[in-house]
Design a binder for this molecule. Structure first.
Ligand SMILES: Nc1ncnc2c1ncn2[C@@H]1O[C@H](COP(=O)(O)OP(=O)(O)OP(=O)(O)O)[C@@H](O)[C@H]1O
Ligand SMILES: [Mg+2]
Length: 229
């Protein structure tokens, strides 16, 4: 469902963020992308929803080379990929309900559909009682759950999370991980870039480790890092 073939990404400032990366992710997988700061994790995930375009090589999502998509097809691609960020990126002047509804409105869903689907998704992430709250009235964990509700409202088959627990305390982080795990069990393919060593080691999922723009390890039921002897 996702394939990177010999992907190199050079930013305009000549920084080589990815070097000949090859990676295949099947439908329904849960993959952690780990590695030191600057390794290329965010660059890798941004290529998937065409926030960035590869300099060389192919990024294939749902069987299509995303670099070749027509401009008009990019919104359709993005509807199939829910994105979750470290800093939530919520709209500060809209309440929880409207933050999620906004993601549906841009798809021209009917008002009836919005009224039906938004509360259901808020319920799923445990925010049913906070529907009228504004982002600044929510805790960090609640804000991230709201961001997840927004990410899943269009029923994406892929969830991309870039350090989703980076601003959260350990207990709250586990709540978010449980939610991602549930969404994965319900069929979503999850790709999560993270520095959260304890989470990666406990969850025993596939681990893709990067360093200096290359994949240096790819393990089923992996760990955050190998002990250096
Ligand atoms: N928009 C950009 N323009 C120029 N260089 C960039 C850009 N984004 C990232 N880089 C550079 O590309 C390299 C990889 O960055 P990237 O953000 O992918 O790393 P990362 O693994 O996500 O790091 P972190 O763990 O700190 O988030 C770094 O050297 C970074 O400075
Ligand atoms: Mg990053």
């Amino acid at each position: 469902m996702i394939e990177l073939v010999d992907v190199t990404k050079v930013y305009p400032n000549d920084v080589v963020a990815l070097k000949n990366v090859n990676l295949k992710i099947d439908r329904g997988e849960f993959v952690f992308v780990v590695g030191p700061s600057g390794a290329g994790k965010s660059t890798l995930v941004r290529l998937l929803y065409r926030e960035e375009v590869a300099t060389r090589g192919q990024v294939i999502v749902h069987g299509k080379n995303v670099a070749r998509l027509r401009r008009s097809s990019i919104p359709l691609l993005r509807r199939t990929i829910g994105v979750i960020f470290q800093d939530f990126k919520l709209l500060p002047d809209r309440n929880a309900l409207d933050n999620v509804a906004f993601a549906l409105e841009v798809t021209e869903a009917s008002r009836r559909e919005i009224r039906r689907r938004v509360p259901a998704v808020l319920d799923l992430v445990g925010l049913k009682d906070r529907a009228r709250a504004f982002p600044h009235e929510l805790s960090g964990g609640e804000q991230q759950r709201l961001a997840i509700a927004r990410a899943i409202i269009n029923g994406p088959s892929i969830l991309v999370a870039d350090e989703p627990t980076g601003n959260l305390d350990p207990d709250t982080s586990w709540g978010i991980m449980n939610l991602l795990q549930t969404l994965n069990r319900n069929g979503a393919t999850v790709i999560m870039a993270t520095h959260a060593k304890a989470i990666v080691n406990a969850m025993k999922k596939r681990v893709v480790a990067m360093d200096h723009g290359r994949i240096i390890r790819d393990q089923v039921q992996g760990v955050y890092a190998h002990e250096v002897n």
